[in-house]
Design a protein. Structure first.
Length: 409
């Protein structure tokens, strides 16, 4: 770790932390209604399973997890990252996992941020150690192959920093299980061999590269989605923002700003409560923090501190189509979420999963440029809940921000 006084040299730039988060990579829920939840996220929303992990192998006897539902953990993706959304069985994990305990109300399994290099992960681990920040664990997990370290925020939400998640390409196969030999359960010594060289080694060892998991989307591809036939009339193209209910907004804000390096974008006072929006890149916010007192006022589930998980769809027309599609499938679109609570996103549809987690479907995220200033409130589009105009006038940053790479299906 190269340090100049209190600054850290991150790729030649002097920063306050020895790493720089670039984006939200993946996110996880611990679910009680496991089977319904997996169906909801895969068949309805279109996340594709890239691998699963059978936790029943950790049970001392079958009785230990009898009646708790599907014991497998699911890794799912919308793009080429091996996983964007992971789903674990909350009750099975609680029955088996004596090492890792979630605070009551924490149903988020992980909030996972991509940093710029493996060295940044290594330097983060050293720095957290020096600062006395409790690290849950570090290493490299399979499936997914990403190098990482895990730490808690003040409310007990697990945050993960990682580099180098496995990419699933055109043939749809995940990495074969026999290649899991390069997993680590401690901070790795740097440098490490590249993934390409790992694959070269596997080829030399005679590994069949198409022996990993390959998912086939169950519903037929009958919708013309901007020229491509897909099983549902929309495509998720981006994950996040993550919105959290917290006990103490100032404490959570300090952690995400000073320890993880988030940049505050804006704050909002709603019914006298201060809500804070922070970013890691050009998006208006990647993370929103709300006082937990708002949870009941908004009519959201008392079982979770997750206020919402954002899922960006490819465009506004797909958002409208998603609303009618989901309604037809019996999913209720919640009209009660005040647009003042999600500045920077104009139109959004909120739905809840079978466990009561709120999901924020949207199509646009305001982009913040070099001067760091969000658009003045009076220049933003006025959005009325439940009204869906046929078309919209573009904004200066319409279709800006991180684009989706590769084909949609
Ligand atoms: Fe992860």
């Amino acid at each position: 770790m190269t340090r100049t006084q209190s600054k850290f040299n991150v790729g030649g730039l002097l920063l306050n932390q020895p790493f720089k988060i670039r984006r939200l990579g993946h996110f996880g829920f611990n679910l009680v209604n496991m089977e319904e939840g997996v169906r909801f996220y895969t068949e309805l929303l279109g996340f594709r399973i890239s691998d699963n992990n059978d936790f029943s192998r950790r049970a001392k006897s079958p009785e230990q997890i009898a009646g708790l539902g599907d014991p497998r953990g699911y890794f799912t993706r919308y793009g080429t990252d091996h996983h964007a959304l992971v789903l674990f069985n909350k009750r099975v994990r609680e029955a088996l996992d004596t090492r890792r305990r979630f605070k009551p109300g924490v149903t988020i399994n992980q909030i996972t941020w991509q940093v710029g290099s493996l060295r940044e992960v290594g330097d983060a681990i050293k720095w957290f150690g020096e600062k006395g920040i409790q690290i849950q664990r570090s290493g490299r997990d399979m499936p997914g192959s990403n190098w990482h370290t895990y730490l808690y925020d003040p409310d007990g939400h697990t945050n993960e920093l990682y580099y180098g998640i496995e990419q699933i390409g055109w043939n749809g196969y995940s990495k074969p299980k026999v290649m899991y030999n390069r997993s680590f359960d401690e901070a790795p010594k740097l440098p490490q061999m590249s993934e390409f060289d790992e694959v070269q080694q596997a080829l030399k060892d005679g590994v069949n590269l198409t022996s990993g998991y390959r998912y086939i989307d169950p519903p037929p591809a009958t919708y013309d989605v901007d020229g491509v036939l897909l099983p549902r009339p929309f495509k998720i193209v981006r994950l996040g923002p993550v919105s959290l209910f917290v006990q103490d907004v100032e404490a959570a804000e300090a952690f995400y700003r000073d320890t993880l390096g988030f940049v505050p974008t804006e704050e909002v006072s709603w019914r006298g409560q201060r809500c804070v929006f922070l970013r890691v890149n050009t998006e208006h916010h990647s993370l929103a923090l709300y006082p937990i007192a708002l949870r009941e006022q908004l009519g959201l589930s008392a079982d979770t501190t997750c206020m919402s998980l954002g899922l960006q769809l490819a465009n506004y027309r797909q958002l409208r189509d998603a609303v009618s599609f989901l309604r037809k499938q019996g999913i209720k679109i919640t009209d009660g979420m005040p647009p003042e609570l999600y500045p920077g996103i104009d139109y959004a549809a909120h739905i809840v999963d079978p466990d009561g987690h709120c999901l924020q479907l949207y199509y646009y995220m305001e982009q913040v440029g070099w001067d760091g200033r969000p658009r003045p409130r009076e220049l933003r589009r006025v959005v009325r809940n439940g009204e869906w105009p046929d078309t919209l006038e573009p904004l200066s940053d319409t279709y800006h921000g991180e684009p989706f790479l590769g084909p949609w299906g």
